[in-house]
Each structure stands twice: as structure tokens, then as C-alpha cells.
Design a protein around this ligand. Structure first.
Ligand code: ADP
Ligand code: MG
Length: 528
């Protein structure tokens, strides 16, 4: 292939139209190399990192080949997880948008099998499934294998990691031998090569070379940290860089759970994803991350691999990955589609050597950075406040306010700088030297010593949990979650205690806040 353009390919105009509609301009390297070979009918072993368009690399030739008049499965894609099966099915459906009479169906565990059987009977040509569920249908003879001419093993390395080897072999041995077998994987460990040897015929190996593995527009930093400070450093980085969506990688499931708890406790919208979680739970977490309800996804490698979410602004290697190649896959979650991304790695003690290996292997620059101080965090917050002020000064008529300040300044013999500085301190929640009189305005709210009890007009009936209250208060007011005291949930309302000296900030911040999408009203509680 001399050029990278899809239109150079000899494929159906309907497919080209869909590609244009999807906004793909150029083929990714794996597509440019694999598609022509696949169209010629060769078996292919394709290796390229996550997010490089492997799905379209096998889906386009499948769609080119599929016979719309034949109402039987003609291609089967085997995927490690339900989430991926759904994702792949969606991508194929998009590519098939302008082809008539092509049916695409994902089949996976957890969904009622009778429903899938009914759909299969309606003449599905392309089946995407998890190994277990495909076997299930095989045994029930609800998937007819006799017309299958293409088999895809997608994310093959992960399927082997998850122990699907035997299932895959069973499935492959049921499918006619003159089929085309395509295998895609981000890594190529030995067991995959064995699979290839046994189940593919003279495959063409296509590997997107390592140099292209790293994405150039990812800024990569590392921090030398002590294990017990990791959480704190993470929070400072989150506050400073303020990524809208980030993925934090831990090496263990336990690590994921503990970090999620810590982050939630500090008021961040974080959720965990790992292999021990039920599928429905994982789906819920992914949905919430996709639609922006969750800002921070904390995950293990296996749980996060292959999941395609665009617009991840930052990746954190909370634990340095065990495998060098994983580093590339992890950071490949950000900086997609030409956007800039950031990757932050935490390094403990001798792990600097591991980091050196990663740098060599990936031929990439990972720059050492000092751990940001609390002052740095404040500075960033101040910068953001100044940014907001810019737009006030430029877009609003401030005449009325200038008069008020003028009067105040003249009356008290302050300078306008004094006043501006006081406003800044107030906005930052810096209460040093604050007048204590105002604090008593709350009267007795029935709270613990030093706290104020607040009333919120929302409760269990609205599906509110303590974490929602905590998250909203910490999130809106910027006070650390651990300062929030007792939360008492009732059916229709909630009481929550906050420190007296930040109570007015919290009240102010909560004025326009919503909890779970509901407008709320917060006020100091009345002692009965
Ligand atoms: P992989 O399977 O390699 O991890 P995917 O197939 O899930 O990657 O693709 C990742 C994202 O890139 C998807 O959103 C897909 O629609 C998009 N994509 C695929 N091919 C192209 C292309 N040629 N140009 C732009 N975006 C593409
Ligand atoms: Mg994929």
C-alpha cells in the first residue's frame, strides 16, 4: 500500500460510505497492513496496541465478504468479555450501516439465552461472542457453524490470560478447516504463537513496530514517592491538572478497592473495576465512567484492557506495571484521536530501575517531576480563580460593584488590594484570622462540638447514599471529604455535620448544587 487512504481499497462503496460517516480519514497502521492481506484471503496474526483500530481491521474484510442473501452465521468473532463483545458488535454495525440485510449479534453470558436463540434464528450473519456463551450455543446447536468462513480471535492474549484456551480450541475445532482465521492481540506471548501454529494456515504476521507503539502526544511524568504517600500525591496531581476523565492503574484488586475507598473518602468521584466484580457491576461502572458521572476509574490491567473510552485526559500508574509492555497499553488509554494526554507514574524505591527498563523498551521520555506541594495546589486553584475573574472583568458591567467596594474602602481606610486579597482568601477557604462572630449565627444545630448540622431536603427515597452526600459536599465546596462528619439519612431528608469554620462556605457552595441530578436545598438544622 502506497497511501493510507481507505478509498484505495477495493471494497464496497457502502462500506466506504460508512467509514466516511464514522469520520475515519486515514487507515491506522494495523489497518493499512492487515486489510489488504485479509481481503486476499490470508490468515493473519495482527499485533498492535489497544486503541489502534484492530476492530475495523478485521471487520471491514468480513463485511466485504459476507453474503447478505445467506441467512446463516458466516463470521464469528470471539472476545474475552461481554463489554468487548458489545463494543465490537457496535463498531461492526456502524461499518455495516449502509449495507442492507446484514445482521450482527453479540452473544454473552448474563443475557437470557432464549432471547439470543431467537435472534440467532432470525438470520444473523456475524456473531460476536464470549467463549463460554459460544460453547453454550454450540452444545445447543443454536449457532450453525457450517457456513462460517471467517473466525476472529480478538484480544487473544487476554482470552488466554482469562483461561479460555480450551474453550477456544473446542470452538475452532468445530469450524470448517477451509476457513480464514484472524488473530488480534496487543501482545504476543508464547501460548499465542502455539495457538497460531495449531489453528492457522500460513498466517501473515503483521506487527506494528514498537516505535509506533507509543503515542507521541502523551506527556509522561514520574514521581518518586513513598508507598504511604501515594494517595496524597495522587490527589494533589488530580487537583492541579484537573483531568475530566482519568484512569488509575493498580496492580492488585485489593489495591483498587482500597484506593477507591480513599478517593471517595476525600470526595472524588471514583469507581473501581476489577475481575472479582460481577459483570452487572462492571457494566454499571463503565456506563458511569462513559457518561461522566464517574471522573476517575481505578482499575487493574486485565479489567481495563481493551475497553475503549475516548477522551481520557490522564492515566496514572499508581503502581508501576509489572510488564513493560503494559506501560504502553496503559498510557495508550489517553492521547487518543490526536488529543493531548498525560501519563503520571509513581515510583517507589528500586522501581526506578524498572522505570528505566520501561523507558528503554518504549523508547520514550518519562520525565522526573518533584511532588507538588500544597502551595502548588493552592497556586493552581488561584490561577483558576483568576481565569474566572478574567471573564467577569471582560464580560460584565462591574460598575455597581466598583461603587460598593469604593464605599467600603473609603469607610474602613482599606486599599482595594486588601479587599481583593480578602476575597481570594475567602474563596480559597482560608480561614486564618476569620472573625468568629459570624460562625455563631448558626445557633445550636444539634451538632457535635465544633460542627454544624446541616439539613438537606433529599434522602433514601431518592436513592441517596452517604457517599452521594459526602461527594457533593466535598466536590462542591472543595473541603476534604474527611472533614465531613456524621451523615444521617432519612427517607426524605438528610442531616450532615460539617466543621463550623467551613459551614458557611459549604452552604454557599451548595446553593446551586445538585445531588444525583436533583436540585437541593441546604440549610442549617434547627434544634428541636
Ligand atoms: P483496538 O481494538 O485496537 O483496541 P478499536 O478497534 O477499539 O481499537 O478502535 C479504537 C477507536 O478508534 C474506536 O473508537 C474506533 O472507532 C476508532 N478508529 C478505528 N479506526 C480508525 C481510523 N482509521 N481513524 C480514526 N479512528 C479510528
Ligand atoms: Mg480491540
Amino acid at each position: 500500500m502506497e497511501t493510507n487512504q481507505f478509498k484505495e481499497l477495493d471494497i464496497k462503496p457502502e462500506i466506504l460510505k460508512a467509514i466516511t460517516y464514522m469520520g475515519f480519514e486515514e487507515m491506522t497502521p494495523i489497518q493499512a497492513q492487515a486489510i489488504p492481506v485479509e481481503l486476499e484471503g490470508y490468515d493473519v496474526v495482527g499485533q498492535a496496541q489497544t486503541g489502534t483500530g484492530k476492530t475495523a481491521a478485521f471487520a471491514i474484510p468480513i463485511l466485504q465478504k459476507v453474503n447478505p442473501k445467506l441467512k446463516k452465521p458466516q463470521a464469528i468473532v470471539i472476545c474475552p468479555t461481554r463489554e468487548l463483545a458489545i463494543q465490537v458488535a457496535d463498531e461492526i454495525r456502524k461499518l455495516a450501516k449502509y449495507l442492507s440485510s446484514i445482521k450482527v449479534l453479540p452473544i454473552y453470558g448474563g443475557q437470557e439465552i432464549s432471547k439470543q436463540i431467537r435472534s440467532l434464528k432470525s438470520g444473523v450473519q456475524i456473531v460476536i461472542g464470549t467463549p463460554g456463551r459460544i460453547m453454550d450455543h454450540m452444545r445447543r446447536k443454536t449457532v450453525k457453524f457450517d457456513e462460517i468462513s471467517t473466525v476472529v480471535l480478538d484480544e487473544a492474549d487476554e482470552m488466554l490470560d482469562m483461561g479460555f484456551r480450551e474453550d477456544i480450541e473446542t470452538i475452532l475445532s468445530e469450524i470448517r478447516e477451509d476457513r480464514q482465521t484472524l488473530l488480534f492481540s496487543a501482545t504476543m506471548p508464547k501460548p499465542i504463537l502455539e495457538l497460531t501454529r495449531c489453528y492457522q494456515r500460513n498466517p501473515k504476521t503483521i506487527k506494528v513496530v514498537r516505535k509506533e507503539l507509543t503515542v507521541p502526544n502523551i506527556t509522561q511524568y514520574y514521581y518518586e514517592v513513598r508507598p504511604k504517600n501515594k494517595g496524597e500525591v495522587l490527589c494533589r496531581l488530580l487537583d492541579i491538572y484537573d483531568p475530566k476523565r482519568s484512569v488509575v492503574f493498580c496492580n492488585t484488586k485489593k489495591g483498587v478497592d482500597e484506593l477507591v475507598e480513599e478517593l471517595q473518602g476525600r470526595g472524588y468521584f471514583a469507581e473501581g473495576l476489577h475481575g472479582d466484580m460481577k459483570q452487572t457491576m462492571r457494566d454499571r461502572v463503565m456506563r458511569s465512567f462513559r457518561n461522566g458521572k464517574t471522573d476517575i476509574l481505578v482499575a487493574t490491567d486485565v479489567a481495563a484492557r481493551g475497553i475503549d473510552v475516548d477522551d481520557v485526559d490522564a492515566v496514572f500508574n499508581y503502581d508501576l506495571p509489572q510488564d513493560e509492555e503494559y506501560y504502553v497499553h496503559r498510557i495508550g488509554r489517553t492521547g487518543r484521536a490526536g488529543k493531548a494526554g498525560m501519563a503520571f507514574s509513581f515510583v517507589v524505591g528500586r522501581e526506578v530501575y524498572k522505570l528505566r527498563d520501561i523507558k528503554r523498551y518504549c523508547k520514550t521520555k518519562i520525565k522526573a517531576q518533584p511532588i507538588p506541594s500544597l502551595n502548588d495546589v493552592t497556586e493552581t486553584r488561584v490561577e483558576k480563580i483568576f481565569d474566572r475573574l478574567n471573564s467577569y472583568i471582560e464580560n460584565q458591567d462591574l460598575g455597581r460593584y466598583i461603587n460598593m467596594i469604593e464605599n467600603f474602602v473609603n469607610e474602613k481606610d482599606y486599599t482595594s488590594l486588601d479587599v481583593a486579597a480578602a476575597f481570594l482568601a475567602e474563596t480559597l477557604g482560608n480561614n486564618e484570622g476569620r472573625d468568629t462572630r459570624g460562625q455563631d449565627d448558626f445557633g445550636d444545630t444539634g451538632a457535635e462540638e465544633g460542627m454544624v448540622r446541616l439539613f438537606i431536603n433529599i434522602g433514601k427515597r431518592q436513592g441517596i447514599r452517604p457517599g452521594d452526600i459526602l461527594g457533593a459536599i466535598a466536590g462542591e465546596s472543595g473541603i476534604p471529604g474527611n472533614l465531613v462528619g456524621t451523615i444521617d439519612l432519612y427517607d426524605k431528608y438528610t442531616f450532615v455535620e460539617v466543621p463550623r469554620d467551613v459551614a458557611s462556605d459549604v452552604l454557599e457552595a451548595m446553593k446551586n448544587a445538585k445531588i444525583k441530578g436533583k436540585v437541593i436545598n441546604v440549610e442549617p438544622a434547627n434544634r428541636k
